[in-house]
Design a protein around this ligand. Structure first.
Ligand SMILES: C[S@@+](CC[C@H](N)C(=O)[O-])C[C@H]1O[C@@H](n2cnc3c(N)ncnc32)[C@H](O)[C@@H]1O
Length: 365
């Protein structure tokens, strides 16, 4: 029987730094982080000039993002962000999707995490419109819809006609049929694997499954499903809605190689940059709010134990803070920064639910 020591262990939460009242970052600042590899631009990701400046001709293997959920949040009002009405959302997002298309590698993958809210007892349909627009108007291929199942089971509520939400979709888009796919990087060792071969001519669905005989084919690597199990990270720091690092980690591992560029146009607290950096990829991203950019700089420099340098000025974050007369808080503790990376089971990445010490377990049925 397989034992899963690492997955059962209690893991400390990663501490996300608080957003400062007076940020060091100013709009237009480009921070080069950790040997100047990772790039963070304080700008509007709908602006093609800003996106071209961030990328400087590079292409991303994976773009993974969670944009504003229409009118559900205000984020940092000082950034000029205006919540977008559901009925305007697809039009607003078009510039984002165009800019993503301009910097995604031809065999790259783009993952979009967004879920519509409900109003007056009905879910909005704007995310459906958005998904359709990607394919029918903007030239994207729709690879799959992954499910992020929230292992903390969602926020309870007593709605009159529905139950609490405990999952969110992650839409996977690409530009061409052949994409970079590293299934083995997220597969796990199993004693009971199906046999399949991509060359099996009898498999019309493309699954490559060999025959329909007995299921067990012995030991090998079993692929995960398209359900990612991860706890929601809500309420961390003063950025209200970071997604769990397990989401970008899965997408990065499965669809890119070390050294590839990974990007997020809506960086928020910088989860994608941290995940990319810790997986030996190069993280790029934009964030509209100068205060959240400070959070990203402090979070990534703490995770990598490195410095951030302002492009063009060749000054560190601390030197820029001093020059601008802004107090800079000490970086977040390094001891908990890798807390939510991928766990391993028998030497392989493991995406199953986390058990936490002292937490009541569900009643067996
Ligand atoms: C849902 S949050 C992203 C959270 C992020 N995934 C994380 O883990 O922290 C959306 C972010 O997009 C930022 N934002 C909103 N409009 C933007 C724009 N036009 N360009 C860049 N960032 C924007 C907001 O300030 C907010 O931080």
């Amino acid at each position: 029987m397989l034992r899963d020591d690492s997955a059962d262990a209690e893991e400390p939460e990663e501490e996300i730094p608080e957003a400062p009242a007076v940020p060091v970052t100013q709009p237009g600042d480009l921070w080069l982080i950790g040997d100047q590899k990772h790039r963070l631009l304080c700008a509007d990701c709908r602006d093609p000039v800003a996106v071209a400046r961030l990328f400087e001709g590079s292409k991303a293997a994976v773009i993974v993002t969670s944009p504003p959920y229409a009118t559900q949040r205000e984020y940092d009002p000082a950034s000029g962000f205006q919540p977008v009405k559901p009925e305007d959302y697809t039009d607003w997002y078009r510039a984002v999707a165009d800019n993503i298309a301009s910097v995604l590698a031809p065999d790259g993958s783009y993952f979009l995490n967004i879920k519509e809210h409900a109003e007056e007892g009905q879910r909005h349909l704007y995310v459906k419109d958005l998904t359709l627009a990607h394919v029918r108007q903007w030239g994207w291929r729709f690879v799959d819809e992954l499910c992020w199942r929230k292992t903390d089971n969602g926020v309870p509520g007593g709605w009159q006609n529905r139950f609490k939400n405990a999952w969110e979709p992650i839409f996977h888009f690409c530009r061409q049929p052949q994409i970079k796919f590293r299934a083995e990087a997220v597969s796990h060792a199993s004693e009971d694997v199906f046999g399949y071969s991509p060359d099996n001519p009898k498999s019309r669905s493309g699954s490559g499954l060999l025959g329909c005989g007995p299921r067990a084919e012995g030991e090998g690597l079993a692929r995960p499903s398209n359900v990612i199990e991860a706890k929601a990270e809500g309420g961390q720091g003063t950025h209200s809605v970071p997604f769990p690092k397990a989401i970008p980690e899965f997408c990065i591992r499965a669809f890119s190689d070390p050294g590839d560029v990974i990007a997020d146009p809506f960086l928020g607290s910088g989860t994608v940059l941290v995940a990319a950096a810790l997986l030996d990829r190069i993280g790029y991203g934009t964030e509209l709010s100068p205060a959240y950019c400070d959070v990203v700089v402090r979070r990534v420099t703490a995770a990598l134990d490195c410095t951030a340098v302002l492009a063009g000025a060749n000054q560190t974050f601390e030197e820029v803070a001093a020059e601008r007369g802004v107090p800079v808080d000490p970086p977040a503790s390094r001891h908990t920064t890798d807390a939510r990376s991928i766990r391993h089971k028998n030497g392989m990445p493991y995406y199953g639910p986390r058990k936490r010490k002292g937490e009541p377990q569900p009643c067996p049925r």
